[in-house]
Design a binder for this molecule. Structure first.
Ligand code: HEM
Length: 78
């Protein structure tokens, strides 16, 4: 349970592709590092921004949560 780091909303918010080099997004309590994705360049993905919990926005996407499979979980959102 406690083997992955925990980060606050505020900490996540700075990893938005604008303020710091890291680009992180949260989905269902887990934080993914999408810094290497061409589709999240500068923290923007279609009309969505990184650095936040996008759990409820996935329903607007033309894809499922399977898109997260290739990304590493780097933490848990608290
Ligand atoms: C209008 C809303 C959205 C559109 C049009 C959109 C579109 C796309 C497209 C076309 C891809 C390419 C791969 C695929 O289709 O499987 C993709 C990948 C991805 N999307 Fe979205 N998406 C949207 C919303 C979201 C949201 C809300 C999230 C997060 C909860 C998300 C997370 C991702 C991730 C992590 C990938 C994989 C990126 C990669 O492989 O480099 N998307 N999206």
């Amino acid at each position: 349970m406690h083997d992955i780091p925990e980060y606050t909303k505020q900490y996540l918010a700075l990893r938005n592709g604008q303020d710091k080099p890291q680009i992180w997004i949260a989905y269902k309590g887990l934080i993914y590092d999408v810094s290497e994705s061409r589709l999240w360049k500068n923290g923007k993905h279609y009309e969505h921004w990184a650095g936040q919990d996008l759990t409820h926005e996935l329903k607007d996407a033309p894809h499922t949560q399977a898109v997260f499979e290739k990304f590493r979980v780097i933490g848990r959102l608290i």
